[in-house]
Design a protein around this ligand. Structure first.
Ligand code: WT7
Length: 633
């Protein structure tokens, strides 16, 4: 957690570049304030206007927000639409079928270009294949795929037929995949033979086989496999199907399934402070509206832009700012299969120059690790690349430290491009607090001000506003269209996690601490106030890792804490009381390695503790998160 003093000490101010401000979607602070005032004066009128202007509806909605069953809010409920129609058909119908939708760059540098017309046909073929396999509106489909055009196609094909997708990040273990397959009651699973990352082929199908073999997911009738590498895999003829064979057999047109605005577009699991990860359920209308609207407002999207979001489709950032937002506005985007350090740590800069990227959106962890790489090896320094195509930079997933911000601003943006420090969450569906490139003066390390229509505030433990300059709990005071609708299968947990009684039951509790600047009113995020860690922008529950460790035969008890880390923001530290004697020397290293591998297997490599303290005898103080463990030895 940051100190309030350090936050309020930051006074460098960077006004928006005049040229960018001149034709930005929201041009200047007065334009911003006008929108904020419009939302305050007539909340329903404001959101209704945006929803009508930004999306194409099959049937119009007669009511904007329904609060009668709060906090189970509904938006645009009697309106009908289809997300894939909004992302594809409407652009083709408008004569933009030849526009490039995706510039795909593979791990090995091979590039494939996909137009809107191509993408629509691929989505239709896959949607038809789903239908032929009996997948229908309301069914859940789990997608366990690498970064690929096929991943986007699979998601859009689900949306086209009204099936609800649930993506599981390719780095999760068989056990995590299994939990999610069972959790959503999937009828189909889409996976790949292998994924390519950093020159290495990593298995996916065999992990999927392992997950299915754990039982309880007999509802999964089809396993559709994207052939990425041609590597050897096991084949189960009753259930397994090649994606390319299915698609070839189908027509390239497919009537979309028109769904109500509240129809669940997807479920995405994320970690909380207690229990198993939660299946965050998003709607079709409200979610899509905000994905598209924030493309226009935050990223100031223009038809000439080449947008690149480096997130994986397995996280919310990839849902909102790869699969839905950029396509909903008809944009051209780069989709990257690989990792930023392969074949060298100049890969991102090389790709920006090669594809003439104009808007670049990445995570602070990536920036910090590339700063380090450039300091060690001059050859991968951004100064060797022509980055003049860039006009806007974004940051997401974790706090960006002012030093990292300045490096990004100077070395990547050439002191010319605004940096958008976008604060939001899996649950919020899209950006909530962020600078606007043509309006907001920037302060390094601050996410600045809420977007128009977003009623963010800082309160105390009883839900009362705290004065600026005083730290508190970040809340959202009114529902917004892209908010999660519930936790899949667990409405009580939705209510108690996000609308706790202690705060009066009406405020959305984000789980972050924040402070506002007394002069500018700007928000700075201080870090999580619950037992959630943020490692390289990935959200991990300490309890989840503790339960995984406790399930190991060697372990009596375990406690997990986060430790600040220069590159990854936080790292996972595990304190473990073993059943046997305290190990020494090599034995301790062996056990630590075994436990690390165990967590990888139970959850996934991202949750692996960096270090283990196996000399712990009492976990009381560690549990209270009141010490870093040095006193428990
Ligand atoms: C948590 C949400 C946002 C999509 C990807 C992560 C942290 C996110 C920022 C930011 C400081 C941030 C918060 C938040 N976070 N963006 N700009 N500054 N912290 O989504 O996995 O749901 O995690 O990430 O702690 O609560 P997520």
């Amino acid at each position: 957690m940051k100190s309030i003093e350090s936050v309020l000490h930051e006074h460098r101010l960077f006004p928006p570049p005049a040229e960018l401000a001149a034709d930005a979607a929201i041009s200047g602070m007065d334009a911003y304030k006008t929108l904020v005032a419009e939302a305050e004066a007539d909340y329903n009128g404001f959101w209704g206007r945006l929803a009508r202007e930004t999306l194409t509806w099959k049937a119009p909605f007669s009511k904007v927000l329904d609060e009668s069953n709060a906090p189970f809010y509904t938006w645009f409920e009697d309106g009908e639409l289809n997300a894939s129609y909004n992302c594809l058909d409407r652009h083709v119908e408008a004569g933009n079928g030849d526009r490039v939708a995706i510039l795909f760059e593979a791990d090995d540098g091979t590039v494939a270009t996909v137009t809107y017309q191509d993408l629509l046909q691929r989505v239709c073929r896959f949607a038809n294949a789903f239908r032929r396999r009996g997948v229908k509106k309301g069914d859940r489909v789990v997608i366990y795929l690498p970064m690929s055009v096929e991943g986007v196609v699979a998601m859009q094909a689900c949306a086209r037929i009204g099936a609800t997708h649930s993506i599981v990040f390719g780095g999760f273990s068989a056990k995590s995949l299994h939990e999610r397959l069972v959790g959503v009651g999937a009828v189909a699973l889409v996976t790949a033979d292998e994924q390519m990352r950093g020159g290495k082929a990593l298995p996916l199908k065999s992990i999927a086989d392992e997950a299915l073999a754990l039982g309880g997911c007999e509802a999964v009738k089809s396993v559709i496999v994207y052939q990425r590498t041609g590597g050897k895999i096991q084949w189960n003829a009753d259930r397994d199907l090649w994606m390319h064979e299915l698609a070839q057999a189908e027509a390239s047109t497919c009537e979309p399934e028109w769904v109500g605005a509240e129809h669940p577009l997807f479920i995405l699991y994320t970690s909380g402070s207690t229990g198993k990860p939660k299946g965050v359920q998003h709607s079709t209308g409200g979610f899509l509206l905000w994905a598209a609207q924030t493309m226009k407002w935050t990223f100031d999207w223009k038809p000439t832009d080449v947008f690149w979001c480096t997130a994986d489709i397995g996280w919310i950032t990839g849902h909102s700012y790869i699969t839905y937002g950029p396509l909903a506005v008809g944009g051209t985007q780069v989709l990257f299969e690989g990792v930023p350090t392969y074949p060298h740590a100049g890969r991102f800069w090389d790709m920006i120059a090669k594809h003439q990227v104009t808007v670049f959106y990445t995570a602070p962890t990536a920036i910090r690790s590339l700063i380090k790489a450039a300091a060690v090896d001059e050859k991968v320094s951004p100064s060797n690349y022509d980055l003049s195509s860039l006009r806007i930079l974004g940051s997401v997933g974790e706090p960006i430290n002012p030093e990292g911000w300045m490096w990004y601003y100077t070395n990547i943006g050439g002191a010319r491009c605004p940096i958008l420090d976008t604060w939001w969450q899996t649950e919020t569906g899209g950006h909530m607090i962020s600078p606007l490139p043509g309006a907001t003066p920037l302060v390094p390390g601050s996410c600045t001000l809420p977007l128009p229509g977003i009623m963010a505030a800082v309160v105390d433990e009883t839900g009362q506003d705290v004065p600026a300059g005083q730290g508190g709990i970040l809340v959202i005071k009114r529902p917004w269209p892209a908010m999660l609708r519930t936790i899949w299968g667990d409405p009580e947990r939705y209510q108690s996690s996000y609308f706790p009684e202690e705060l009066g039951g009406k405020l959305y509790l984000a789980g972050d601490g924040a402070v506002r600047d007394p002069v500018t009113g700007y928000f700075t995020i201080m870090g999580r106030i619950d037992d959630v860690l943020n490692v390289s922008g990935h959200r991990l529950g300490t309890m989840e890792i503790e339960s995984a460790l406790a399930a190991n035969a060697l372990v009596a008890e375990a406690a997990v804490v986060g430790r600040p880390d220069e590159i990854t923001g936080e790292t996972v530290i595990a304190f473990v009381v073993l059943k046997g004697a305290r190990p020494e020397g090599e034995e301790a290293v062996k056990i630590a390695n075994a436990l690390r591998a165990w967590v990888s297997k139970e959850i996934g490599p991202i949750a692996k503790p960096r270090t283990f303290d196996l000399a712990t005898t009492c976990l009381r103080r560690v549990r209270a998160r009141s010490c870093a463990g040095c006193c428990v030895r």
